[in-house]
Write a protein that binds this ligand. Structure first.
Ligand code: PHE
Length: 344
């Protein structure tokens, strides 16, 4: 054991003192110390002469020698690569730098930013809420009690630990959370991811993104809703875009409407995107239902409001003619790269 210790110490000193300056001296070092017939292999052979009780200590000693010898080799390994490249200098500092790819913004994020930016100009502020919601904020407070048929409009994922928890099916749950805080007036825009139990296809997905707006104040009318959305559409799709409202139903708004815009691809003359009607639906909206205001202790005789909700994927599809929803979550770099130039 003593002899072994002395030998290892001497070798460690020798290794530390070995200067490696190029590929040739590196290779000499490798053969001498680390090769199959090298010193370290040889010295491991001495293990068999170490008495049983000391074998563990000896093993550790030899291992640390091996690790240090290898580290000394690794620290000079770049010299070997230089040799492989014909002995030429590896880095030429006068060459232009290799461009570093920093990724791009996701198209949905680009469009979400555009939507939010337009409403911010009108004084809306961003509000966010949790993706795992409770029944009250996602359904009941929004005028959808437990047995309400409107719940079937949105096939829901429930959280198995707690039957009261679910993945929010719309960003309207954020409306509920903000109204609950009780501060009026409210003028918010709520972007976020939502979930529905749908089979994934080109036209449906089990998660997608919405942007919901809510404005509650004294004297808010349907005319305000209409002008606000008209402004949004002109900013988003251009000055010449037309809008139309169709009566619809949502439990949380009364009256409710769906809004169409003149087709962003054909301009209204008819194409496959608008199914030759010239119009495409982009959002649902309406005046906040008085019962919903009462749920949050707001007097509907004093306050009125409007709300609207749109799908970010839908707006992106219309702006950039993306025809398959699955593309958004496949992370195919050929798809994502096409949006590189859209925003800085
Ligand atoms: N939350 C509705 C949906 O997801 C959209 C909507 C929001 C409709 C606000 C009206 C008012 O379908």
């Amino acid at each position: 054991m003593e002899a072994l210790k002395a030998k290892v110490d001497a070798l460690l000193q020798e290794i530390a003192g070995t200067t490696i300056t190029d590929a040739a001296t590196l290779e000499q070092y490798r053969i001498k110390y680390l090769g199959t017939k090298g010193i370290i292999k040889d010295i491991f052979g001495m293990m068999k002469d170490v008495p049983g009780p000391q074998k563990k200590e000896a093993g550790q000693l030899l291992n640390s020698l091996k690790v240090q010898a290898e580290a000394h080799y690794a620290a000079h390994e770049h010299l070997k690569e230089g040799a492989a490249a014909g002995g030429a200098q590896v880095t030429d500092p006068s060459l232009p730098a290799v461009p570093v790819s920093i990724g791009t913004r996701h198209p949905l994020r680009i469009v979400e930013n555009q939507i939010v930016g337009i409403f911010e100009k009108l004084g809306f502020v961003v509000a966010e809420g949790p993706e795992i919601e409770d029944d009250w904020h996602n359904f009941t407070s929004l005028n959808m009690p437990e047995d309400h048929t409107a719940r079937d409009m949105q096939d829901t994922f429930y959280v198995s630990q707690n039957p009261d928890w679910l993945l929010r099916t719309h960003t309207s749950s954020v409306q509920a959370r903000i109204l609950e805080e009780g501060e009026l007036p409210v003028r918010i825009i709520c972007p976020g991811r939502v979930y529905r139990n749908e089979t994934v296809s080109a036209r449906a997905h089990c998660f997608f993104h919405q942007c919901e707006g809510l404005y509650v104040d004294k004297n808010v009318s349907f005319a305000d809703l209409k002008q606000t959305l008209y402004y949004f559409v002109k900013e988003m799709f251009g000055e010449h875009t037309k809008i139309r409202f169709r009566p619809s139903y949502f439990p949380f708004t009364e009256p409710s409407a769906e809004m169409d815009i003149s087709c962003s691809v054909c301009g209204g003359s008819g194409c496959s995107l608008c199914k030759h009607t010239g119009w495409v639906e982009i959002l649902g909206c309406g005046m906040v239902h008085p019962d919903l205001l009462r749920n949050f202790r707001i007097d509907p005789e004093v306050y009125t409001g409007f709300a609207f909700g749109m799908g970010v994927e839908r707006i992106t599809q219309l702006k950039y003619q993306v025809n398959d929803l699955r593309l958004y979550s496949q992370n195919d770099i050929r798809f994502l790269r096409q949006f590189e130039q859209v925003l800085p």
